[in-house]
Design a protein around this ligand. Structure first.
Ligand SMILES: Nc1ncnc2c1ncn2[C@@H]1O[C@H](COP(=O)(O)OP(=O)(O)OP(=O)(O)O)[C@@H](O)[C@H]1O
Length: 276
């Protein structure tokens, strides 16, 4: 708990405090309404209703198996690729249900990009990794591609380190650089939302800190939802936090309030380390 308070104070010192009232709730970008989700017979999410504000960071926390990643993956229909899954309820992206039959899933995933825990670059050059998405979406113009690659690498805070070796294999980058490359790859298709599933859990403290700084910068332009096991990290990087337990959303609110004065006893027990 002391650590988490320190994380919040550090974050506030870095200029993320909006005062005692907490962050202002912006326009809603995503909203889940009464979402149930099943893997075959096994129900993994129960009646989740939650908003994700635009251009802010929302962290999903909770003990292992509580449904954080499942919920994250429902937000760009990544679960569609798992056989035997189904849902009831709605997930609205700017007020339109992403599960409507007329939704183009490729287009949806362009708007709602994803970065995984241990993102693996393709065994291609740094340039080709970042250009991959735009090329899939039909872009062929070399100059335009070069512009997108540069912009994405600048945004993912990797440009300075790689600008002179864009033709080198991405596999030669360090773990932290590979993760930033994968963030650049996600940014290259110009998404509005970035879903991050434990983006720093496989990294050393210095690389983790870079990714956290990057998340902080990216929220100026993107809506970010991040799954993390690390409560200090949630406290450091997020504006809003949602606590999941056994497939249910127990509480969601302003990060500072949730970590210092939660409404629910289960949240209090979890953040003080009584379980999980
Ligand atoms: N591909 C899958 N097939 C079947 N069941 C799954 C699958 N993925 C997850 N589950 C189940 O759904 C439930 C929620 O899992 P999920 O991975 O969403 O939890 P989590 O909170 O992200 O956990 P962790 O923190 O350990 O990654 C668990 O009971 C899990 O076993």
């Amino acid at each position: 708990m002391a650590d988490i308070s320190a994380s919040i104070q550090n974050r506030d010192a870095a200029g993320d405090s909006s005062g005692e009232a907490g962050p202002v709730e912006q326009t809603t970008m995503i909203e889940a309404r009464n979402l149930d989700f099943y893997y075959g017979e096994n129900q993994a999410l129960f009646d989740i209703s939650m908003v994700v504000p635009q251009r802010a960071v929302t962290a999903l926390i909770g003990p292992s198996g509580c449904g954080k990643s499942t919920f994250l993956r429902t937000l760009n229909r990544m679960n569609d690729i798992v056989e035997g899954t189904r849902h009831t309820g709605e997930v609205l992206l700017e007020n339109e249900d992403i599960y409507d039959s007329n939704v183009d899933v490729v287009e949806l995933r362009k708007r709602v990009g994803m970065v995984f825990q241990k993102s693996t670059p393709f065994p291609k050059s740094i340039f080709d990794n970042v250009a991959y998405g735009p090329r899939i979406h039909g872009m062929r113009d070399r100059a335009q591609l070069a512009e997108i690659v540069e912009k994405s690498l600048i945004r993912s805070a990797l440009w300075k380190e790689v600008k002179d070796r864009l033709k080198d294999s991405a596999m030669a980058l360090s773990g932290g650089q590979q993760q930033r490359l994968c963030i650049a790859r996600a940014l290259a298709t110009d998404p509005e939302v970035l879903l991050m599933d434990e983006p720093a859990s496989a990294l050393d403290p210095a690389s983790t800190s870079r990714i956290e700084d990057l998340i902080f910068e990216l929220k100026e332009n993107y809506t970010i939802v991040i799954v993390t096991h690390n409560m200090q990290q949630a406290a450091r990087v997020s504006d809003f936090t949602a606590f999941f337990y056994e497939g249910r959303l127990i509480e969601r609110g302003d990060t500072e309030k949730l970590f210092t004065n939660p409404d629910e006893k289960q949240t209090q027990d979890y953040i003080t380390g009584r379980f999980g």
